[in-house]
Design a protein around this ligand. Structure first.
Ligand code: 15L
Length: 286
C-alpha cells in the first residue's frame, strides 16, 4: 500500500478526502493545527511548512504528496506569503531532497479567476489570477513546472473549484466538485503512470461548467456528479451580487480588498486592525 502525505489535512477539502481515500492508502496527515480522531491507516505529523526542517521531516519516505495546505482564500499578503509562497517552496524542495517523485498540487480556479464567465477555458490558457491568493496558486503551479522540467518531478495541478456535498450558490453550480469526484482526480494523480506536468480543473461534470476539462478526461477522469441536480434549489435562494463579481469566474475574489474578506476572520481581523492603524496615522499626518 502506498504512503501518501496529505498537507492541510485538517481543512475542509482534507477532511472529505480522508474519508474518500480511507483504506486505499496509508495516509500521513499533516497540518499546523492538531488533528484528532485518526482512522486505521492514518498517522499525523504536525508541521509548519514555513519551516524547512518541518517540511524535510514530513516528506521522508512517502510515495506521493497531496498538497492541500496553505492559506485558502483571498486575504492579506503576509499569511499568503508565509503559507503559499514560502511553505509551498519548502515543500517542493524538501520533496526533491527526499526523492519524492509525485506531487499533486491543490491549485485553484482563482489562478484564472479573471476570465469572464462568458468564456470556456481549458488547461492551456494563460493564468489570470484574481488576487494575491490567485497569484500564489500560479506560483505553486510554476514551481511544479520548474521541478518537473529540472528535476523530473511528476506534477498534477488541480485547479479546484469548490468542494462540498452540494453547490452553495449560482457561481458554484459552475465550479462545484463533489468529494467522490475529488477523490477520483486525486487517485488519477497518484496512480496514472504517464504524468510529467499536467493541469486539470477540479470540478464535477457540471452542465454550467466554464471549463473544457478534456485534459482530465484524457487522463481517465469520468466525473460522477453534476451540480445541475441542485440548480432549482440553489437558484431559488440566489440574491444579486456585485456586478464585477458576477462578470468573472472568480466571483467575489475579483473585488475583495485586503481587510474585507469575511471568510477569513482571524487573519482579516488583524488586517482590519492594520488598516485602521494606517488610517489613523494618515489622519494624524494630515
Ligand atoms: C478556493 O480556492 C478556496 O480555497 C475555497 O475556499 C473557495 O473559496 C473556492 O475557491 C471558490 O472559488 O468557491
Amino acid at each position: 500500500m502506498k504512503t501518501i502525505l496529505m498537507t492541510g489535512a485538517s481543512g475542509g477539502v482534507g477532511t472529505y478526502l480522508r474519508h474518500e481515500l480511507a483504506g486505499k492508502y496509508k495516509l500521513r496527515l499533516s497540518d499546523r493545527r492538531p488533528l484528532k480522531g485518526l482512522a486505521k491507516q492514518e498517522t499525523f505529523a504536525r508541521a509548519d511548512l514555513a519551516k524547512m526542517a518541518d517540511a524535510m521531516r514530513i516528506t521522508k519516505g512517502v510515495d506521493a504528496i497531496v498538497h492541500l495546505g496553505g492559506y485558502a482564500v483571498e486575504g492579506p499578503w503576509e499569511p499568503i506569503l508565509e503559507s503559499n509562497i514560502i511553505g509551498c517552496y519548502n515543500l517542493f524542495e524538501a520533496a526533491r531532497r527526499n526523492g519524492v517523485k509525485r506531487m499533486l498540487f491543490a491549485s485553484s480556479n482563482h489562478a484564472a479567476g479573471f476570465y469572464p464567465r462568458s468564456e470556456t477555458i481549458d488547461h492551456r490558457v494563460y493564468p489570470r489570477p484574481d488576487g494575491r491568493y490567485g497569484v500564489s496558486k500560479v506560483f505553486g503551479e510554476m514551481l511544479g513546472r520548474l521541478y518537473s522540467d529540472k528535476y523530473g518531478m511528476e506534477v498534477l495541478n488541480m485547479r479546484i473549484g469548490n468542494v462540498g456535498v452540494r453547490p452553495i450558490d449560482k457561481r458554484r453550480l459552475s465550479i462545484w466538485l463533489s468529494p467522490r469526484d475529488l477523490a477520483q482526480l486525486v487517485t488519477i494523480g497518484i496512480e496514472h503512470p504517464g504524468i510529467r506536468f499536467e493541469i486539470v480543473y477540479g470540478v464535477s461534470g457540471n452542465q454550467r461548467s466554464w471549463y473544457d476539462n478534456s485534459n482530465a478526461v484524457r487522463l481517465g477522469y469520468r466525473a460522477l456528479d453534476d451540480a445541475e441536480a441542485f440548480a432549482t434549489e440553489v437558484l431559488a435562494s440566489e440574491k444579486p451580487g456585485d456586478p464585477v463579481a458576477e462578470r468573472y469566474q472568480g466571483g467575489a475574489f475579483c473585488v475583495i480588498e485586503e481587510a474585507e474578506n469575511p471568510s477569513a476572520p482571524a487573519r482579516v481581523a488583524s488586517g482590519k486592525k492594520r488598516a485602521k492603524k494606517k488610517a489613523k496615522k494618515a489622519k494624524r499626518k494630515r
